[in-house]
Design a binder for this molecule. Sequence first.
Ligand SMILES: [Zn+2]
Ligand SMILES: [Zn+2]
Length: 455
Amino acid sequence: MSPRIICYGGVGEIGGNKFILEDRGVKVILDFGTGFSDGSDYYDTGISPRGVNGAGDLFEFDLLPQIPGLYSEAALQNTRVKYAEPEFDAVVLSHYHSDHTGRIAYIDPKIPVYCGETTSLIHEAYSESTGSPLKGHPIKRFRTGDKFTIGPMEFHPVHVDHSIPGAYGFVIHTSGGAMAYTGDFRFHGPAGSMTRDFVAAARDERPRLLLTEGTRVSPGDDSSNMSETAVRKEALKMVSGAKALVFSTFRGNDVDRVNTFFDACQATGRRLVVSMKVAVLLEKLKSDKRLRVPRVGKDVDVYLRRKKTGKFDDSDYYTWERPFVGKGLTAKDIRRKQGEVFLHLEAWNFPELIDIRPDRGGTYIHAATEAFNEEGEREEVLIRNWVEHVGFTYAQLHASGHAPAGEVGKLVEGVAAKKVVPIHTEHPEMFSQFDRKRSWVLEAPTKGVPISFGA
Ligand SMILES: [Zn+2]
Ligand SMILES: [Zn+2]
């Protein structure tokens, strides 16, 4: 039988990537993430799947495929699916975003997870702080240039540029020829050349199938594309023009963005202050010699939230937080130094502003993606209300983690596969616009329906 790929997530949706690659009876999972709108008809921030019911509360609404030999005993204990020994040889992970990792928590921990070295460090940092879905799985690490085999398949991981360090695409040799999987990518970040390396490596193997993301292949995407370099320029302008406190919401694991603001702070004599969770991550990533990461304590400070007694007692904090107690900056400290501080503050932490009581006239930078669904729009309204409440100006400043449509088209053309399967996009049909030479077949995936490739 030809090798085949079965898509269970990332089908007509952005994120939620869940693929099975099968070759000669050997089965591998490629990413196993949470969809951004998974079950939003039934669950939201107020109603969530119960942890105690394992996969059961997700099976109920078909949010996880009911596949034998995949899930852990714990995940299946209250469900009608019977536990069976693993029928899968590995989970191969492209990068550490929850829309690619989130559902690994339900997978049998006997199944090893293959991931990049940087991803394994991010996993270690989150295991120490708020938890990681990879917990309990044997971890097998790779770097670009490595090759690893799983049954008849040989995997060649190749780095790509994305909004988290340690992102990979894969060129996979199967018994029926090569296939390529992009993971998530862009060309306009500081490491855009890495994505070009992936395109060249994939093209060289003449893949029969290309599984590619198309987040921004959508009628709504404007072709304007801000690069991280442009974000750096703007950030410097905003921070140097600021008279009072600057605070900003951005993803703490987007190390490019951390560096962008750290550099703006260096140039303007401000101190970047991050959350404890981000501090743990930065400390862990220090051991990756290929990454540039600001040093906690030396380059950046840590924000110390009041918890429990409100008196900053060691016992108020989790063990992983305790090293920062006594060293961190409290709301009072921030208030005292407000003109010298750039505070990283996630939206869920905005009530800290009540303690900080910053002077009016400061600057807020929303350095995250603009709202793309109802939930996001609701959050944006709340953020704007808080910013207005403290009398700050609101600025939007962001470079996407994903390539705009035209550049996805160039990747598809560059890889030159025989068959193209668009995933991680709401508009797979729009990929037909890239097929100017009629040299490949477009196959929009259907959930659970195998796509064969090979001779
Ligand atoms: Zn993604
Ligand atoms: Zn991603």
